[in-house]
Design a protein around this ligand. Sequence first.
Ligand code: MLT
Length: 401
Amino acid sequence: MQGQEIDLTVYPDECDAFGHLNQASFLTLFERARWEILARGPGMDVFSRHGAWPAVRKATVEYQAAAFPGDVLRFHQTLTHHGRTSFTIRQTARRLRDDALIATAEFVFVCISREGSPIPVPADFREFMSARPVSRGGPRRISVNGVNLAVDVRGDGPAVLFVHGYPLDRTIWEPQVASLEGWRRIAPDLRGMGLSDAPDLGYSMATYAADLAGLLDTLGIDRVVLCGLSMGGYIAFEFLRQWRERVTGLVLVDTRAEADSAEGKRSRDEAAGLAREGGAAAIAETMLPKMLASSAPAALVERVREIMSAAPVAGIVGALSAMRDRADSTALLADLRGLPTLVMVGSEDRMTPPARASAMASAIPDARLIVISGAGHLPTLEQPSVVTDGLRAFLAGLAAG
Ligand code: MLT
């Protein structure tokens, strides 16, 4: 968790006779959040070691919704103003489960000495509050088909759904989700990956696609532009088989329509054995050399290693069996007539090479192809602005059409 955010649970003794978190406890939780955040940063004694005390001069709390025992609230805070002896902190409390805004608050403090006279705000406090990047907030938790999915939801406008590959998570689309203003960007961690629940059994392309449909239902979204990278593309094909009418545009990145060959299926089973024995780290070691272009910077290699090493083993094994058993989608391609489609591929992708992407794009009646130089299997991270620009132009075409 980032420095200026903390999760606190509501307890029954903090609630009134109707079970709502009461006013006094709200104030206590806001205060607790501030101290806990300091404890993780410069220390709770950041004021006292300078002989200072932050006295509240003014407090404004706006209660937006009720909170109940067991709710986990995410407190987020920013320093909105600081003078020589005073500062203002704005806090929000959102329920983690559904991201509902529960309350906002603003506190004006003045630092006082033991004798009660104003004294300067300690520099280390000010630096901590100003220098640390304000957290973007964590993903929303949305319960779909019996699992809790971690989902980034940003912006307003027509919806774009970003589906990641294996054994990755929603953050491979981070540069695109952070941009593309004017669109509602939705990037879930698939079941078994990232921060989503990872049940032991029940993985298939149909399940992943049903999760996506359920997620859209929960968010009240009827139709989307569907973007899938690699395994995300396999899931997009399955989604199209079942919910073609919900898709207004298709973006296929470093993926393929064919099913696994017999040898490919055997490698899936071997990989599942490796995951069970060596864990996600062993899978990351075998995948990493195939993922990125030779020119990928070391920091990116490390980032991708971290994402893959964090994948739950149950999710890895589940995804491997889902990919092994997936249907061949080549016959579907010709049926996509009328669906605007963008195919993108890294020029150095060894897993789904450009020739394969080009053949797939030719088989889709309304597709165009962009080959991204200096990228391997993960152009969204390797050449983020090229991918974002390509997507932006494609989306603009859809909006205009
Ligand atoms: C992916 O990136 O999703 C996988 O490499 C796909 C695959 O192994 O077929």
